[in-house]
Design a protein around this ligand. Structure first.
Ligand code: NAD
Ligand code: UD1
Length: 340
């Protein structure tokens, strides 16, 4: 299939490109580079062994720019990663998040249907479950109250896509609810490259390990969990990328609407992550206990069996590969892509 990959220069998009080509697909990337670096695409092309990945610096809110891309290419499906994702920033700048994520997606969907491309995989998030009503979380678990505008953009866009698919069954829509993506391509050539101070646990750990930050703050040790720290379902980004390749097969089968959790089904605490990182990578990660972070929940992990039975997808990598590959990327690229 020929796939439009929005946000393809980002963390998950860049890894997904590699799996797409490995499965025999081709891709065209659009990205406004607001949170990414074109060096990522150069390195992706190197890993795949092609001259370059077709790329347009286009914002998904730019209807004319999108039209041009659709006039130049015929797409079988779109994998839609483009979006802003910083939770704290979304609380400060709600309009910017609703405009970028919701406004941008509405424009993209309109241009897609005008050009007869009605197959989409959407990057959703475990955040749509809010404080989950059941653990492990299945797809039947009711959606919850999001604690921030970022989360609401995901929840609302899921609704938009479901309503559009219902009104026009020519649409095939797969909503992938990612749990906590970490790790990097095993080559260490591409990985997560956050701007400024990382919000998420794994890039913070790797930046402490490489000496860019003094110590990790562990946000709370008084949760109702085995060691008191937050428990999450970390998933290797290469496994997550592979879930998109499996979801494309569902689109080809004309699946209508499909909603899937994408996680391993295992929960690890913050201190588990730190300890495994230190043991596997033989590098120190100083930390201290800090107050809880507003909006955090105690425990979040999924039951991923629906993705296995309906998509034929299952995570292959465990926690040791996740911490190994995160460190391999950070160690080789202490300044991320900024060095090139
Ligand atoms: P990322 O920031 O690395 O990638 C997103 C890409 O989209 C970036 O390259 C950015 O420049 C681009 N982009 C943003 N707004 C755009 C616009 N208006 N037009 C064109 N390009 C635009 O993030 P990621 O971690 O790769 O996440 C990809 C998707 O998955 C996002 O939608 C995110 O919300 C979702 N998601 C991520 C996580 C996570 O922990 N990383 C978890 C759940 C869901
Ligand atoms: C966060 C977002 C969520 C988003 C997800 C993936 C919040 C409230 N939620 O989820 O909407 O979908 O990222 O991008 O921000 N931790 C520390 N110290 C740190 C960083 C994190 O102790 O410096 C802890 C957190 O308290 C949590 C765990 O590590 O228990 C994981 O945190 P994080 O990586 O930010 O992911 P989530 O909170 O699950």
């Amino acid at each position: 299939m020929n796939i439009l990959v929005t946000g393809g220069a980002g963390f998950i998009g860049s890894h997904t490109l590699i799996e797409l080509y490995a499965a025999g697909h081709t891709a065209v990337v659009i990205d406004n580079l607001s949170n990414s670096n074109p060096v990522a695409l150069k390195r992706v092309a190197e890993i795949i062994g092609i001259k370059n990945i077709p790329f347009y610096k286009v914002d998904i809110r730019d209807r004319e720019g999108l039209e041009k891309v659709f006039e130049e290419h015929q797409f079988d499906a779109c994998i839609h990663f483009a979006g802003l994702k910083a939770v704290g920033e979304s609380v400060e700048k709600p309009w910017e998040y609703y405009d970028n994520n919701i406004g941008g997606t509405l424009t993209l969907l309109d241009v897609m249907r005008k050009h007869g491309c009605k197959n989409i995989i959407f990057s959703s998030s475990a955040t749509v479950y809010g404080d989950p009503a059941e653990i492990p979380i299945t797809e039947n678990c009711p959606k919850g109250q999001c604690t921030n505008p970022y989360g609401w953009t995901k929840s609302m866009l899921e609704q938009v896509l479901m309503d559009m698919q219902k009104a026009d069954p020519e649409w095939n829509v797969v909503l992938l609810r990612y749990f906590n993506p970490v790790g990097a391509h095993p080559s260490g050539r591409i990985g997560e490259n956050p701007n400024g101070i990382p919000n998420n646990l794994m890039p913070y750990i790797t930046q402490v390990a490489v000496g860019k930050r003094k110590e990790l703050g562990v946000f709370g040790n008084d949760y109702d969990t085995p060691d008191g720290t937050g428990v999450r379902d970390y998933i290797h980004v290469v496994d997550l990328a592979d879930a998109h390749v499996c979801a494309l097969k569902a689109l080809e089968r004309k699946c209508g609407l499909g909603i899937f959790n994408v996680g391993t089904g295992h929960g690890y605490s913050v201190l588990d992550m730190v300890k495994v990182f230190i043991r596997v990578n033989r590098v120190d990660v100083p930390y201290s206990i800090k107050p809880r972070r507003a909006g955090d929940i105690a425990t979040c992990y999924c039951n991923p069996s629906k993705a296995e039975s309906e998509l034929g997808w299952k995570a292959k990598y465990g926690i040791e590969e996740m911490v190994r590959d995160s460190w391999n990327w950070q160690r080789q690229n202490p300044e991320g892509y900024n060095e090139e």
